[in-house]
Design a protein around this ligand. Structure first.
Ligand code: GSH
Length: 250
């Protein structure tokens, strides 16, 4: 072998070793965050509320109104941040992103890793709950219960059947994620709670019972009470906008 090849291989090896060392230290791509996260959206949105509550509780930011009823999500400035033209949008320094679940994962990683879960196992359970809520609970049930009452979607063809299926699935959800624990995250709120809590809380509004004939199952009622109690005073104040909005639907 040519001596030059040897030295090149040494350089390559060292680079790989360095890279491994860096990733084992856990600082590959680590981000500190500005501590001044901006969530663009509206306080009545069940997708915007989760990351805003997280920011208020962890004192790392808050919401700036972007009124989608006036099309403000489609200005060139906002489309540059989220080309899908939806809220919430998050900006944290150079990090610009959307999708409530993805934002919560980012926020936890940067500002409160324990809210995602300490071990890979705990994080996987968080992901499971978060993904079930986003991909099943919201489209199959929340959209047929909360959206029509709020005036953002059509009534389902068979409300009674939808409510029955929702209660059954929430029973399974509670058994899986809320047995022997107060929250999905355990004794304290985790990011799956920040996603699910606001939706369950919204479904506990009397307007929902009046118009969709829906009442949260007992375990979810208790969960909603615990969820509200665990929030900071600022978060509870923030929720007043959404509650007030639903009061107009009574
Ligand atoms: N999967 C998204 C859903 C976001 C979403 O549906 N946002 C709605 C309001 S709650 C929106 O921006 N709608 C306006 C539009 O689609 O034009 C998330 O979880 O963030």
């Amino acid at each position: 072998m040519h001596s030059n090849d040897k030295s090149q291989r040494r350089v390559k090896k060292r680079t790989l070793k360095e890279a491994m060392h860096t990733s084992q230290r856990g600082d590959a791509g680590a981000s500190k965050g500005t501590g001044e996260v901006v969530i663009y959206g509206m306080g009545i949105s069940g997708n915007v509320i989760p990351p805003v509550l997280f920011c208020l509780d962890y004192k790392c930011g808050g919401m700036e109104t972007m009124n989608i009823l006036k099309g403000e999500q489609r200005t060139p400035e906002k489309l540059a941040l989220n080309p899908f033209g939806q809220m919430p949008i998050m900006v944290d320094g150079d990090v610009e992103m959307a999708e409530s679940g993805a934002i919560l994962r980012y926020l936890a990683k940067v500002y409160a890793p324990e809210a995602y879960g300490v071990s890979v196992h705990e994080q996987a359970i968080t992901d499971w709950a978060l993904d079930w809520v986003s991909t099943t609970f919201v489209p199959d049930f929340y959209k047929g219960i909360w959206y029509p009452v709020a005036g953002f979607g059509p009534k389902p063809a068979d409300q009674k059947a939808l409510n029955k299926a929702a209660a059954e699935k929430l029973g399974i959800f509670a058994e899986k994620f809320l047995t022997k624990r107060k929250f999905i995250g355990g004794d304290v709120l985790g990011i799956a709670d920040y996603k699910f809590g606001p939706l369950a809380w919204y479904m506990s509004h009397p307007a929902i019972e009046n118009h969709a004939n829906w009442k949260n199952p007992p375990r979810i009622q208790r969960y909603v009470k615990d969820f509200e109690s665990a929030l900071s005073a600022k978060s509870r104040k923030f929720l007043q906008e959404g509650w007030g909005f639903m009061n107009t639907k009574l």
